[in-house]
Design a protein around this ligand. Sequence first.
Ligand SMILES: [Fe+2]
Length: 265
Amino acid sequence: MVGLDFLKGFGRDRRRHLTGPDLDTLNLLANVVEGRDPYTAGHTWRVSRYVTTMARHLKWTKERVASIELGALFHDLGKISTEDHILKKSGKLTHDEFEKIKAHPAEGKRLLQGLKFLKPAVAGIYAHHEHYDGSGYPEGVEGEEIPVEGRIIAIADVFDALTSHRPYRQPLKPEGALAYLKGHTRTHFDPKLVVLFSSIWDEGMFKKTVLHSDGAIPLLACPKDGQTIALGEEVSEGDGAFCPVCKTRFILARNKDAWEVKLTG
Ligand SMILES: [Fe+2]
């Protein structure tokens, strides 16, 4: 479950037309996006933590921070229209398959059209795959022509993808992912924003976010394939858990302040 912390940032005017069921629907939508891909447990939550921290360092207003948080939570919303066999393919994508994946920013924008409340999130969602040198998609715009929300989400999205487990590779250490960001400034990323991300990392503010889900849902790594396993909100010693990819079942055990998984039998 993702949180709805961003709502605190909105003024009363923006919040007042939202009812309880609206919030439930937003939560459901965010969890549908997350649930589409078992390899990305906690991804949207972590990306939202990175981008809001960056936005606060840029001294954005509360409302603007809340808007980029929405953009982060729904940046891959358009993937709900991508076919499963493409989204879950572990091998290299064909040209045609990649073209279909590339449709997701525009699809996210299309799905959100007409939803007044999510309108401020659209610029970041639509632009999160643009590259600073103009080689990205969907528009191929460059430099500061790319909405800053998109430039920020791009950095957080790639950093999180690199530091997370994927079926075709082991996660990079955060230092390796930072080196990747620095090595791709001016081509992929906005150099000033990479400096900002890196300085926040040096301050230690991102260390708790790497490989974690939201506070209520700790994540563990499957001892068999390294896949991330999200635990429920109220777990106890001896409860069962299972890996969403290799389907192996585990028993939870407590080790000091952290949870561990033990293979059954
Ligand atoms: Fe994306």
